[in-house]
Ligand binder design. Structure first.
Ligand SMILES: Cc1cc2nc3c(=O)[nH]c(=O)nc-3n(C[C@H](O)[C@H](O)[C@H](O)COP(=O)(O)O)c2cc1C
Length: 318
């Protein structure tokens, strides 16, 4: 069973499911696997060596539309133009920061302009810029983002952006999440954390196992690791990760850590320091490491069942 939405029409997809462009995790193999399974694979951002390697893989192995994501606050125009010229992605997703410097180049290359937003103001700006697709991200999401919840963000942005298609992101890992997103007015979903626990993701076996073992309660959102590693991420954005000892130690003391350069040095010099595992509340719904194609088809099948069940209007298990 497949769903037809404005998103599936735009990219000729079988399923309204987009792989989130997870930096360092969503490489060419994962993006191609999602695209070849009927969704839309987006390669995550990284340096030129990463982009060259991963975009070559997806360009050579995807048999249908694929795209790439950039961090608006971090990427430069030359890089965006180089990727557009060299690899011809069908879609470009711009997240976190002002997307306007890149809009003209994306349009000139004929790519679909997607913008991920975390609040009302960003959603308004994306509409004004004429984004073709807007991704409304809630704070349940893994990795960087902000505080809004998916449940209220999606219908709010869908109303604001209409008729522009809106995707839901944050906390979606199974078909119930896709069914809910469609019901809230979305044209599809963008999924990150669930795809981290796949064989195609660029992730260590230990990290994948930690994601499978974790509960949503084991995740939290703050700036501790960006402060510790002296990352220039805009302070507006926090990041959700699996809590660890370092995180718990500094969680409520961000200002203290910001002032404590010796503690930052210790973190940066500690070879044994556990790197953060960015992951969202959706870890609750992940019980195995799977192939990406199976994740895509299962989410679509489960959504079909969930919507049929809800349409019966008598919600029980008979
Ligand atoms: C490991 C990881 C890395 C991420 N990196 C990026 C990124 O580089 N660019 C981006 O736009 N979003 C990034 N995100 C956020 C996703 O785009 C998306 O909003 C999020 O994964 C959706 O929520 P979910 O994780 O609950 O599915 C990342 C998410 C994760 C889990």
């Amino acid at each position: 069973m497949s769903f037809r939405t404005a998103l599936t029409d735009l990219f000729a997809l079988r399923h309204p499911i987009v792989l989130a462009p997870m930096g360092g995790v969503a490489g060419g193999e994962l993006a191609a696997a999602v695209s070849n399974a009927g969704g839309l694979g987006l390669v995550g951002s990284g340096d030129r060596a990463w982009l060259t390697r991963e975009l070559s893989i997806v360009a050579n192995t995807a048999r249908s539309a694929w795209g790439v994501g950039f961090l608006s606050w971090a990427v430069d125009l030359d890089t965006v133009r180089w990727v557009l010229d060299e690899y011809r992605p069908r879609a470009v997703l711009l997240s976190f920061g002002d997307p306007s410097p890149f809009v003209e180049s994306v349009r000139a290359a004929g790519a679909v302009l997607m913008v991920q937003v975390t609040d009302h103001e960003e959603a308004r700006r994306a509409v004004d810029l004429g984004a073709d697709v807007i991704v409304a991200q809630g704070g349940e999401a893994g990795g960087h983002g902000a505080g809004r919840s998916t449940m209220t963000m999606v219908p709010t942005v869908a109303d604001l952006a209409h008729p522009t298609p809106v995707l839901a992101a944050g906390g979606i890992a199974d078909g119930r999440g896709l069914a809910a997103a469609l019901t809230l007015g979305a044209a599809g979903v963008m999924v990150g954390t669930r795809f981290e626990a796949t064989h195609e993701a660029v992730i260590t076996p230990e990290q994948a196992k930690a994601i499978v073992a974790a509960h949503g309660d084991d995740t939290a959102r703050d700036r501790v690791f960006d402060i510790a590693r002296r990352s220039p991420w805009p302070t507006k954005y926090t990041a959700r990760m699996l809590r660890n000892e370092f995180f718990d130690n500094w969680h409520d003391r961000e200002d203290e850590l910001r002032a404590d350069t010796a503690a930052q040095d210790r973190y940066l010099d500690d070879d044994a320091a556990a790197p953060p595992v960015w992951a969202g509340e959706a870890v609750d719904l992940i019980s195995a490491i799977d192939y990406a194609a199976d994740v895509v088809s299962r989410i679509a099948e489960e959504a079909d069942v969930a919507l049929a069940r809800a349409a019966r209007r008598r919600i029980d298990d008979v």
